[in-house]
Design a protein around this ligand. Structure first.
Ligand SMILES: *Cc1c(COP(=O)(O)O)cnc(C)c1O
Length: 399
């Protein structure tokens, strides 16, 4: 099975670079140079050192004893929530800022929805003294005030976008537009395994440190490098791509991803681009996406801002098509319940995104001797308001 990207940036029929002519020089520079740069020994050294001392890697692989007892199996949590800035996103922004430096860029732009990628980007720009501009939908600027404050504190400029639905998709369009007009000095740090080739592969490479570490850590803990299951949530798909990457070639390992089913697939209010999507082009890449029969993007919905995206990375559309990974949908309520279960059993408050992966535990059947790794993509501090609202709602319902 060949799961690598081909020379034109395709995983099977998905991927590519559907870009306007004016973006061609930027993408071409990146495409022709990224592999050579990220494989240089000096780049690898710099990247590994920052991951270790700045991000705090390796992130622990934690045996969740009480959670394991509850599901009568062996559950390990890959603790991306313990990374600097609170999620896996920093793995990618650290890699891309080093790449931008090597390309001689002076200015960084990025899009953000929930603000997590914006924070991770503003963080590495402060670290490397680069000018930083973050595009964010006006709606998200309002919804994600604490992250907007962090981005500003870090010295970056937030540009609210008021086109379309004023959310992530519109912010991405605006960032692409900026890049067209600033081709020479600017690097665009895309936050997930989406966008034109080579981004899906580039971001997958940077996030693949997650599964690289899992293999080593599982060997230390269990004597075997391979689990029976790897579970992760999917927005654009970067944490799942990183958690799956080094296991893709072993068919015995079940790779299962959770998409946001929002208020329920049947309500139409969801972000399940694989279960409910069709093939189309969004943000310069061919993949599965939520669209009407005449190709208009359908606004996605999820309680979790990080999963609220109408598309998904081409790697995932391909893994779904060839049935190498399985994509299941998890509703808002299922995710909320799973978040409380983890919090009360293990004392870990997960990000709402990660709670979608945790909710898969209720949908699958495990054997007592099996090993299940869940990628805990982020911490839940940013979601406390949502959790508290739900908590009050639950306690006001008579038992
Ligand atoms: C952004 C985010 C996600 C979703 O993005 P992917 O690219 O699908 O990983 C998931 N979890 C957390 C904590 C996030 O911040």
């Amino acid at each position: 099975m060949n799961i690598q990207i081909d020379n034109n940036g395709y995983y099977g029929e998905f991927g590519g670079a559907f870009i306007p002519e004016m973006l061609h020089p930027n993408i071409e520079e990146l495409r022709t140079r990224y592999l050579e740069i990220i494989n240089e020994p000096s780049f690898i050294l710099d990247f590994k050192l920052l991951l270790k001392d700045y991000v705090g890697r390796p992130s622990p692989l934690y045996f969740a004893k009480r959670l394991s007892e509850a599901y009568n199996t062996n559950i390990y949590l890959k603790r991306e929530d313990l990374n600097h800035t609170g999620s896996h996103k920093i793995n990618n922004t650290v890699g891309q800022i080093l790449l931008a430096e090597k390309l001689g860029k002076k200015r960084i732009i990025a899009e953000t929805g929930a603000g997590q990628h914006g924070v991770a980007t503003a963080t590495v720009c402060a670290l490397k003294n680069m000018e930083c501009v973050i595009y964010m939908g006006e709606e998200d600027v309002k919804r994600q005030a604490p992250n907007v404050a962090r981005i500003k504190m870090l010295g970056a400029k937030v540009i609210p976008v008021n086109s379309g639905n004023k959310t992530l998709k519109d912010a991405t369009n605006e960032a692409l537009r900026d890049w067209i007009f600033n081709p020479v000095d600017t690097h665009y740090i895309i936050g997930s395994v989406v966008g034109p080739h080579p981004y899906p592969d580039l971001v997958t490479q940077f996030q693949s440190v997650i599964s690289e570490e899992i293999k080593i850590q599982l060997t230390e803990k269990t004597g075997k490098s391979d689990p029976d299951y790897v579970l992760a949530c999917v927005g654009g798909g970067s944490n799942a791509a990183g958690a799956f990457y080094h296991f893709l070639n072993n068919d015995k390992i079940k790779l299962i991803a959770a998409e946001a089913a929002g208020k329920g697939i049947e309500t139409g209010e969801h972000a399940a681009s694989i279960s409910c999507g069709s093939v189309g082009v969004l943000h310069a890449s061919k993949s599965l996406l939520l669209q009407t029969s005449d190709g208009q993007i359908i606004e996605p919905y999820s309680i979790s801002a990080g999963l609220d995206y109408p598309g998904v990375g081409p790697l995932h559309s391909w893994l779904h098509t060839i049935k190498r990974a399985k994509y299941m949908s998890i509703t808002d309520n299922e995710a909320l319940n799973a978040a409380f279960t983890l919090t009360r059993l293990e004392g870990i408050i997960p990000a709402l995104e990660s709670a979608h992966a945790l909710a898969l535990l209720d949908k699958l059947k495990f054997k007592p001797d099996e090993v299940v790794v869940i990628n805990l993509s982020g911490r839940g501090d940013k979601d406390l308001e949502t959790y508290l609202k739900y908590c009050e709602m639950k306690s006001s319902v008579p038992k």
